[in-house]
Write a protein that binds this ligand. Structure first.
Ligand code: NAD
Length: 248
């Protein structure tokens, strides 16, 4: 139980890496507010968690992550329910793989709005609350493409480079307030999209990964548990690769 009685918010918690993180946090004794984009998917995720363990202390919400007032209200609801906020995981994110000549500015802005602006908005609100409470942990989901880029869909790696920059900058700014800020950079993780890839795509991909397997959402969730816990009390400002050495 590395997170006993800690209170955490996980954005994009309805599936994939976010859902695995919510479950790992609950299994380590945390109380969790799961944020998703739609009521339906939040309800499905809560139902699934209830089937795992009916006593999990978890609530679900679907605020617009890019709306300052909705985030203030949602964080206040977490405070009203659980009394504090110790951990924020900024995990919600989207990607887009168009080549530059087909890439519309609206799509670029959409990616930056969720992957960067929402991380800023949620981190600012969390930092305010955590400072009052004597400290906390902010964790961001970056990506292995934040290290070297990728040959299409430039908006996504651009957004994740920004996430790394925000992680390192806020770590330096908020350290004196006992707030640690770290990121995890996952490689290819077996979420719905990757699981649906045909064998002829997945096999060469696996051969290119030194550990010869794609990552499981739980591999990323375990890194978040460690970074959120007191075991990582002197670690801040890092971007931890969880990619089987794909980009190392
Ligand atoms: P996913 O598509 O399975 O889940 C994305 C989550 O984000 C969902 O819970 C969804 O509700 C939420 N979300 C999407 N749009 C939203 C919006 N507008 N407002 C609020 N929430 C929204 O994704 P995943 O693969 O689990 O990815 C989670 C994070 O991990 C993302 O930041 C992604 O960039 C990053 N990542 C994933 C991989 C991978 O291989 N899957 C690799 C590197 C990084």
């Amino acid at each position: 139980m590395l997170l006993k009685d800690k209170v955490a918010i996980v954005t994009g918690g309805t599936r994939g890496i976010g859902y695995a993180t919510v479950k790992a946090f609950l299994d380590h004794g945390a109380k969790v507010a799961l944020f998703g984009s739609r009521k339906e998917t939040v309800m499905i995720a809560l139902e699934k968690l209830k089937e795992e363990n009916k006593d999990y202390p978890v609530i679900g919400m679907y605020p617009d992550l890019m709306n300052v007032n909705e985030i203030k209200d949602a964080f206040q609801k977490v405070l009203d329910t659980f009394g504090k906020i110790d951990i924020l995981v900024n995990n919600a994110g989207i990607s887009q793989r168009d080549k530059i000549f087909d890439y519309e500015i609206e799509d670029f802005e959409k990616i930056m709005n969720l992957n960067v602006n929402a991380v800023f908005i949620c981190s600012k609100e969390a930092a305010h609350i955590m400072k009052e409470n004597g400290g906390g942990v902010i964790l961001n989901t970056s990506s292995m493409v934040s290290l070297y880029g990728q040959p299409a869909g430039a908006g996504y790696p651009t957004s994740k480079f920004a996430v790394n920059g925000m992680t390192k900058s806020l770590a330096r700014e908020l350290g004196k307030d006992h707030i640690r800020v770290n990121a995890v950079a996952p490689g290819v993780i077996k979420t719905d999209m990757v699981a649906a890839l045909p064998n002829e795509v997945i096999q060469p991909l696996i051969q290119s990964i030194p550990l010869r397997r794609v990552g499981e959402p739980e591999d990323v969730a375990n890194a978040f548990v460690f970074l959120a816990s007191d075991m990582a009390s002197y670690i801040t400002g890092v971007v931890l690769s969880v990619d089987g050495a794909t980009m190392s």
